[in-house]
Design a protein around this ligand. Sequence first.
Ligand SMILES: C[S@@+](CC[C@H](N)C(=O)[O-])C[C@H]1O[C@@H](n2cnc3c(N)ncnc32)[C@H](O)[C@@H]1O
Length: 420
Amino acid sequence: MGQVTDLDTFAALLAPEGQALLTALRDHDPADELTTATRLRKDHPAPLVSAALGQAQLRQRAAAKFGADARLMYFTPHGVEQSTRAVVAAHRAARLAALGVRTLADLCCGIGGDALALARAGISVLAVDRDPLACAAARANAEALGLAELIEVRCADVTEVDTTGYDAVFVDPARRGGVRGGRIFDPEAYSPPLSWAVEAARTAPYAALKIAPGVPHDALPADAETEWISDAGKVKEAVVWFGGTPGSAPAAPDAMAGAAHRIVPGGRRATLLPAGDSLLGAGLPDPEPGPVGAWLYEPDGAVIRAHLVADVARQTGGRLIDPTIAYITADTLTETPYATAYAITDVLPFNVKKLKALLREREVGIAVIKKRGSAVEPEELRKKLKLGSGRRSCTIFLTRVAGAPTMLLGHPAAELTPGR
Ligand SMILES: C[S@@+](CC[C@H](N)C(=O)[O-])C[C@H]1O[C@@H](n2cnc3c(N)ncnc32)[C@H](O)[C@@H]1O
């Protein structure tokens, strides 16, 4: 279906006829799109029907990020892809609000994913983007969600905006547009470049810059804290936080909240959403590797990206299974939100024939195959294993132990009955 590519069509969607079409399409089944389009074209202009169907499609795609709000919101195709998911934006907004931020310049606001969360946290936002359609969507979103009083949208190049007087600056540069529109990995190729964003950050009492989670640590400013954020176990982004210059920072309204959210220059943090557990690294050296014990811990991706595996090993009294692999092993089970624990039943040299025989003998019909430090493709291995209809399940780790290709078999600790 056609996507809105011009401001006139977007304005038509906001007018009564466009609104009526969008309401009619709110619960439509994408499988019936052709029939729906034909029916609607009898009473409405074809370009408007096409634009409304395109918007309805984008809303459905955006539900994964914005939940029920997506049904009321407006998107551009890029806007859906590039916007921050609501749970992550809300976390960042809550941290800024707890730091005492009351006014913020959102530089590169897109369709307003962050601006909306910031406004919901009570912050007055100047939302800037150079894409007129993104600005129109951001404005419509602020209106649709009842936040228009807290969000001023300005269509401009962020490099020309004066941010003097704001408590904080937030920059979420465009990271797409590389080869064939793919992701950009070099932070200097972001639009605007990371170096510009860092300079802009240093002019405000507080600042947060959203960057790709795979950013090389040596590209990170030493005077900032970097936070890696995952949601439901998947790493979503990294945020570079700049603290207040003494005397100019607004006072945190709540001392406790302020302490928990305090920015630690040079700090590395992993935050796991939706629960919000947050681990600030203590700068520990990598733990010594040692033999595989009764338990294996698979750290959350945010912990790995933040280089905090050593901190989780310390928490769990564990060691690495190999100096180059981010699996921790221990002899006892220690609860931690930062890693998933597995009870290990077998440690074997990598051998498909042996594995196949073992799984058959144990009546395993369901296998979860994980890998770290192995060239074997889990789906290729699954085909070779030809699992039968066995009623038992098993987790298989393809990895390296002390440099040797190894298979570990086990079960998630969460699935074990107490006392087993
Ligand atoms: C990653 S998106 C922002 C997403 C937004 N934070 C959200 O959650 O919806 C980046 C945006 O930066 C804008 N942009 C890139 N360079 C810009 C510049 N120099 N001035 C203004 N906007 C810019 C793009 O138009 C794009 O909308």
